[in-house]
Design a protein around this ligand. Structure first.
Ligand code: DX5
Ligand code: ZN
Length: 217
């Protein structure tokens, strides 16, 4: 089975002290999950490109950018160009998914596509050769701290079968914690976003290690 990755989301970290928040998990996490929201695709707003670029360039961890924005076809390649390891666009927001995935790869990042809870897995079938990571949302995108949707696990299992032996990571995002990570792992996920579970923990690094252990055993 594939390697396990824990990708803490800083959405609900202490944003006034972001450097020290990131430092808490930088020795134990695999990537830093950066949630970009524009108040159009989702009813919430986070960093604009210039602000995100500063975070990406300062990050001691490789960055996994999750674009919850209405114009990903234009923005996604820019995130790849400034050094993100992985850039995720939402299927629901793209107008030309094929071209956008190709542009992300051309700029040197892993090209990833996410689907919201109401979007069927089958929309991804024709993109297999262009995808480096599938993101199955386990909450409605927009906010941290929501309840994990266990009824998304059929999409995770279907994605795992679809991936076969291809080098495609399978990520889940939303409500992942010590209570839910094993369910997602058993369904086939290998890359786990955890926001509040990590940054609301008394010891964020210990929580990352705990999540990794639970997903590995
Ligand atoms: C929500 C974001 C998530 C969020 C997860 O739309 O995509 O990455 O930070 O937060 P938790 O882990 O608290 O559900
Ligand atoms: Zn996210």
């Amino acid at each position: 089975m594939s390697e396990i990755r824990i990708t803490p989301s800083i959405l609900n970290a202490d944003l006034a002290n972001l450097d020290s928040e990131i430092a808490k998990i930088s020795n134990v996490a695999d990537l830093l999950h950066l949630d970009i929201m524009d108040n159009k695709f989702v009813p919430n707003q986070t960093w604009n490109f210039a602000e995100a670029e500063a975070i990406i360039k300062a990050s001691p961890l490789p960055v996994d950018a999750h674009l919850m924005i209405s114009d990903p076809d234009i923005q996604a390649p820019k995130y790849a160009e400034v050094g993100c390891k992985s850039v995720t666009v939402h299927y629901e927001a793209t107008e030309n998914l094929k071209q956008t995935l190709q542009s992300i790869r051309r700029a040197g990042a892993r090209a990833a596509v996410g689907i919201k809870p109401k979007t069927d897995f089958s929309v991804l079938l024709e993109y297999r050769d262009l995808i480096d990571m599938i993101l199955i949302m386990t909450v409605e995108p927009g906010f941290g701290g929501q309840k994990f949707m266990a009824d998304m696990m059929h999409k995770v299992s279907t994605s795992r079968d679809f991936i076969g032996d291809a080098d495609i990571w399978l990520q889940v995002d939303g409500g992942i914690s010590a209570e839910t990570i094993e369910i997602a792992r058993e369904a086939g996920a290998d890359t786990f976003v955890a926001g509040s579970a990590v940054f609301k923990a008394a010891d964020p690094a210990a929580m990352v290690l705990k999540l990794k252990e639970l997903a590995t055993k």
